[in-house]
Design a protein around this ligand. Structure first.
Ligand SMILES: [Zn+2]
Length: 227
């Protein structure tokens, strides 16, 4: 489940319990957790969240500022992930790194091992997400009648740009650091780069295509820092 505040989507973990009323909490990593009575309808939980959206968003913001100091990859610390945060949980025995809701369980005995396992997982997760978005955005362009190639995606760790498009070779580079931002930001960057297949500049015609196919573009793009 999720709720929205000022254009940002906040993921929410819902647990059903034998209890009388809905209780909302913000964990130290910024994750919103709701405990709800067993028979409580999803729509009632959604309504309660939306009624408290401003207060919850503020608490999430505070939790994030505290956690925002560079991640130290210790057990119980958190890392940014698609606009929310993942709490790292060290598993006692070797095994696959698994994300469940806001928790990333990985095998590590110290922060260095945790960092390695986390980066390996992030690269795989990013590859999967970018592959899906690549197909989704390409399909949207084709449906609108634009003749664009299905891009070959290269994932890069870049400091100064979110993406780039080499129209002549059908290649788009996407920054892995986008994985810290809400998925709308990642999607928006895909639309931006795909529009460069049609216009190799940032002209009004370029933005007309981007906004036609992704009306939310400006809202999400505003969250990305542009250097
Ligand atoms: Zn551009």
């Amino acid at each position: 489940m999720e709720f929205t505040c000022n254009g940002r989507r906040y993921p929410v973990t819902v647990t059903r319990k034998k209890m009388k009323r809905i209780i909302m909490k913000v964990r130290t990593d910024g994750m919103v957790c709701v405990s709800a009575p067993l028979r409580c309808a999803d729509s009632d939980i959604a309504r309660a969240l939306q009624q408290n959206a401003a207060a919850l968003a503020q608490m999430v913001g505070e939790a994030e500022r505290r956690a925002d100091a560079a991640p130290d990859y210790t057990d119980g610390s958190s890392v940014p992930y698609l606009g929310g945060r993942l709490t790292l949980h060290y598993a006692a025995a070797p095994g696959k790194t698994i994300r469940e809701d806001g928790v990333l369980t990985l095998f590590a005995r110290d922060p260095q091992e945790a960092y390695g396992a986390y980066r390996q997982w992030l690269a795989a997760d990013c590859t999967e997400l970018y592959r899906e978005l690549n197909r989704e955005v390409w399909t949207a362009f084709r449906k609108a009648g634009y003749d664009v190639p299905l891009a070959r995606i290269e994932i890069k760790d870049m400091v100064s740009r979110w993406g780039s498009c080499t129209a002549s070779s059908g290649r788009i580079s996407m920054n892995i650091r986008l994985m810290e931002y809400p998925i709308g930001c990642v999607r928006g960057t895909f639309y931006h780069e795909y529009a460069h297949f049609l216009h190799q500049d940032h002209s009004a015609a370029f933005y007309a295509v981007v906004r036609q196919l992704y009306p939310e573009y400006d809202r999400w793009d505003a969250l990305l820092k542009h250097r």
